[in-house]
Design a protein around this ligand. Structure first.
Ligand code: PLP
Length: 262
C-alpha cells in the first residue's frame, strides 16, 4: 500500500469571487504540491467590489466536514480563516482539541479590505480565549492585532511590542503583518517564536489586492506540511505572496487584484 501524502485542511469561508477564503487556500495548497481539504465555516456572496451576503451553515454540518477530513486523511496542518461568529469558533476549537493536529495556523480574519465584517464583534473573546492558545502560529495584520490587544500600533516599535504582547496572552508564535503601516519603504512582517525575532522585508507593491492574508496563512500551512520548520515556512510564504501579488490580475470590474497562484 502506498503511503498517504500529507494533506492540509482549511477551515474558513468561501469567496464566490474566487480571490480570497477557501478558494485562495486551495489554490495555494495546490501551487505548493500539497493535497487540500476544506471545511466551509461560512459562505460569502462576494465579488471584486465587496461582500453582499454571508451565510453560516449549521454547526453540526461544519463538524461533520471536519470529522470526515480527519477520519480519512493524514493532516499535516490546519489553516483557520473566516469563522464568522463565536458558535463557529467554539465548534472549531472543540474539534481541534479532539483531533490535536500537529500544526494549526490561525489567520484571525475580522474585517475584509472592502470593509465587510467577517467576524461578529462579540466573537473576539472566543477567538482570543480558545483559538489563540491552540494555534501553532497566529498571522494578524495590524488592524486585527489592534483588536486582539486593544491598543494602537502606529510604527515598527509598536509592532515589536505587539508581537511580544500576543505571545504574552498565549500565542505560541506570531507572524505580525506590517502591510498596513503608513509610509513608504519595504513591507516588513515580524516573526516571533520562543527566542527568535525576525523581520521579513519585501518591496512594497502599490496595488490594492484581495486574498493576501488567506494566501499567506495557507502558504505557511502548506510549507509546514512539506516539513519546513516554522520560521522558514513563514519566510517562504511571504516570498510566495510577494510573487503572487507581482503576477496579480483583475478578473472582475473592481480595482482589486486577485493573486496569481502560479
Ligand atoms: N472573504 C473571505 C471568505 C475571507 O476569508 C477573507 C479574508 O480572509 C476575505 C473575504 C477578505 O479578503 P481581503 O481582506 O484580502 O479582501
Amino acid at each position: 500500500m502506498t503511503q498517504r501524502p500529507v494533506s492540509a485542511l482549511t477551515v474558513a469561508g468561501s469567496d464566490s469571487g474566487g480571490g480570497a477564503g477557501i478558494q485562495a487556500d486551495l489554490k495555494t495548497f495546490a501551487a505548493h504540491g500539497v493535497h487540500g481539504l476544506s471545511a466551509l465555516a461560512a459562505l460569502t456572496a462576494q465579488h471584486t467590489r465587496g461582500v453582499s451576503a454571508v451565510h453560516v451553515p449549521d454547526i453540526g454540518f461544519l463538524r461533520a466536514q471536519i470529522d470526515a477530513c480527519f477520519d480519512d486523511f493524514a493532516i499535516g496542518a490546519v489553516k483557520l480563516g473566516m469563522l464568522a461568529n463565536a458558535a463557529v469558533i467554539h465548534a472549531v476549537a472543540d474539534a481541534l482539541e479532539h483531533y490535536r493536529p500537529a500544526q494549526i495556523v490561525l489567520d484571525p480574519v475580522m474585517v475584509a479590505t472592502s470593509g465587510a465584517r467577517l467576524l461578529e464583534p462579540d466573537a473576539l473573546d472566543a477567538l482570543r480565549g480558545r483559538l489563540l492558545p491552540l494555534a501553532s502560529l497566529v498571522t494578524p495584520n495590524l488592524p486585527e492585532a489592534e483588536l486582539l490587544l486593544g491598543r494602537r500600533i502606529g510604527d515598527r516599535a509598536d509592532m515589536r511590542a505587539a508581537a511580544e504582547a500576543l505571545l504574552a496572552i498565549g500565542a505560541q508564535a506570531v507572524l505580525l503583518k506590517g502591510g498596513h503601516l503608513p509610509g513608504g519603504g519595504d513591507v516588513v512582517d515580524l516573526f516571533a517564536h520562543a527566542g527568535t525575532r525576525r523581520e521579513i522585508a519585501h518591496p512594497r507593491l502599490s496595488v490594492d489586492a484581495h486574498g493576501t492574508g488567506c494566501t499567506l496563512a495557507s502558504a505557511v500551512a502548506a510549507n509546514l506540511c512539506r516539513g519546513l520548520a516554522l520560521e522558514p515556512a513563514c519566510a517562504a510564504a511571504a516570498d510566495y505572496v510577494h510573487a503572487a501579488l507581482h503576477g496579480g490580475y483583475r478578473p472582475g470590474r473592481g480595482e482589486v487584484l486577485v493573486l496569481d497562484h502560479f
